[in-house]
Design a protein around this ligand. Structure first.
Ligand SMILES: [Zn+2]
Length: 482
């Protein structure tokens, strides 16, 4: 791939000037990801991967705490298996990559590079399940998947991406629905508690549901430019895949029944969402829970700072590290101002400045990345105060993002107003909808807005649909989306 013009980008495009350019500049300059020689595939660089790992740990521990276990299934799926569930095939066909040759020979049956694993996992479950005693199966997989994309965007949409995919099988429909919603709550909790990214939980319209699912639920977040991002999905598969893959069991009444399935996933896209929710014109702003470094120590001083300041800075680093705070010490031979800008770009939540005067006073200067507030902390009792401050930053970011989301959420039943909002400063629009797919398609064609989801426990609408004269059946959240 030719060297992209922005590989040497020094400045970050202002967010208000060009949001998309701003995002790409941050991804490159903060060394989160890079373009690769493979079209549509990105390289996740160590700093970006460290964020993903922290998020992955937060997800994995919650997935296990709710009774799930991890396993691993093959990357390749025989084409005939994918073909078994009709809607599933139709939904994924345009995005599927095939392997046709191996070991120098043409394969008898071409292999699909997994776009998702229902087909291969369903095939295995059919062998593993005999009786109701074998249920439920609660398995999660951490993996990469490939969906051929025409237009890609780092983290948000790439041909190959990383994710987790949960696949469960249950005895009853109620259990499957309970599982689907339990995971939706789990995803919302991770987004809000770890990424400080508020989300709206709800059900997808039929046109937006997963290929082959009975019902799809999603969490939707609002990005800094007023566009929505689908941040995770959880599907109640009903018995569709069980019927296609013959996943049957002998029930408590000895009758042979099909299992009820679910599947659910979140991806590296969450990293992109987090950037777009919190970042500013100076670069990334990382929530402490997913920050590879929660604290950076910058020694300040004249020429001899290595003798006068560095030993104390190292002692503070050791102290914080021992306390489990992720910390780095920048002892490069650069001006402090240059270092400040670098770490602001990388979004480190707290910066500790230590100079000769601070050492005299037995104190450090602490600067917050999110509010840019500075305060002096005594060395004595530093760890608990920093812990509290990190918690404050985490909470402050969530509240700020919530305010932004609420300020950009409008309720209307007027189609003129709906269109005006979508043309101007967009965001979520909550509006009554008739539930008809053709009406939904017209709204999309006319405004570019799609139904993000229909919140659980949302208000029952009165009157007619925002666009047509049919009675409204549901209240939907619309937005322009990534
Ligand atoms: Zn309508």
């Amino acid at each position: 791939m030719p060297k992209n013009a922005d590989s040497s980008v020094k400045e970050i495009t202002p967010r208000s000037q060009d949001f998309s350019r701003w995002y790409l500049d941050i991804v490159r300059r903060a060394e989160l990801a890079d373009y690769s020689p493979v079209k549509g595939c990105m390289v996740i660089r160590p700093y970006g991967y460290a964020i993903w790992e922290l998020l992955q740990q937060a997800l994995d521990s919650r997935i296990k705490a709710t009774g799930h276990v991890n396993a691993y299934f093959p990357l390749f799926i025989p084409n005939s298996l994918l073909m078994k569930e009709a809607e599933h095939v139709e939904g994924f066909a345009p995005q599927v990559a095939y392997v046709t040759h191996g070991g120098g020979e043409e394969l008898e049956e071409k292999l699909v590079v997994r776009p998702t694993s229902e087909a291969i996992i369903g095939t295995m479950y059919a062998n593993w399940v005999q009786s109701w005693r074998d249920l439920p199966i609660l398995i999660n997989q951490w993996a990469n998947v490939v969906r051929w994309e025409k237009k890609t965007y780092p983290f948000l949409r790439t041909t190959e991406f990383l994710w987790q995919e949960g696949h469960t099988a249950h005895e009853t429909e109620d259990e499957a629905e309970e599982e689907t919603l339990k995971i939706l709550d789990l995803y919302a909790d991770v987004c809000e508690a770890e990424l400080a990214m508020p989300v709206v939980k709800g059900r997808k319209s039929d046109s937006e549901k997963f290929a082959g699912a009975l019902r799809t639920y999603s969490i939707e977040a609002l990005m800094g430019d007023g566009r929505a991002l689908q941040a995770g999905t959880s599907h109640n598969l009903g018995q569709n895949f069980a019927k296609a893959f013959e996943i049957t069991f002998q029930g408590r009444d000895k009758s042979v029944q099909y299992v009820w399935g679910t599947s659910w996933g979140v991806t590296t896209r969450l990293v992109g969402g987090m950037i777009m929710v919190h970042g500013d014109d100076s670069g990334l702003v990382l929530p402490p829970n997913v920050a590879p470094y929660q604290v950076v120590i910058v020694p300040i001083g004249r020429e001899n700072w290595r003798e006068t300041v560095l030993p104390k800075a190292k002692a503070v680093q050791d102290q914080l590290r021992a306390a489990g705070i992720r910390v780095t010490l920048d002892e490069r031979d650069e001006r402090p101002g240059w270092k400040f800008a670098e770490w602001e770009l990388r979004g480190v939540p707290l910066r500790l400045e230590i100079g000769p005067k601070d050492i005299e006073k037995q104190a450090v200067l602490v600067a917050r990345r999110d509010t840019r507030e500075k305060q002096s902390f005594a060395m004595d009792g530093l760890v608990p105060r920093l812990r509290q401050l990190l918690a404050d930053v985490q909470q402050g970011l969530l509240e700020r993002a919530r305010r932004f989301r609420d300020d950009h959420t409008h309720r209307t039943s007027s189609y003129d107003e709906f269109k005006q909002i979508m043309e101007g400063r967009p965001g979520f629009v909550i509006a009554p909808w008739c539930g008809q797919a053709d009406c939904e398609a017209r709204i999309k064609a006319e405004t570019q807005a799609t139904i993000r989801n229909m919140p659980l426990g949302g208000r029952a609408p009165s009157g007619s649909c925002v666009r047509c004269d049919a009675p409204a059946t549901v209240e939907a959240w619309f937005a322009k989306a990534y």
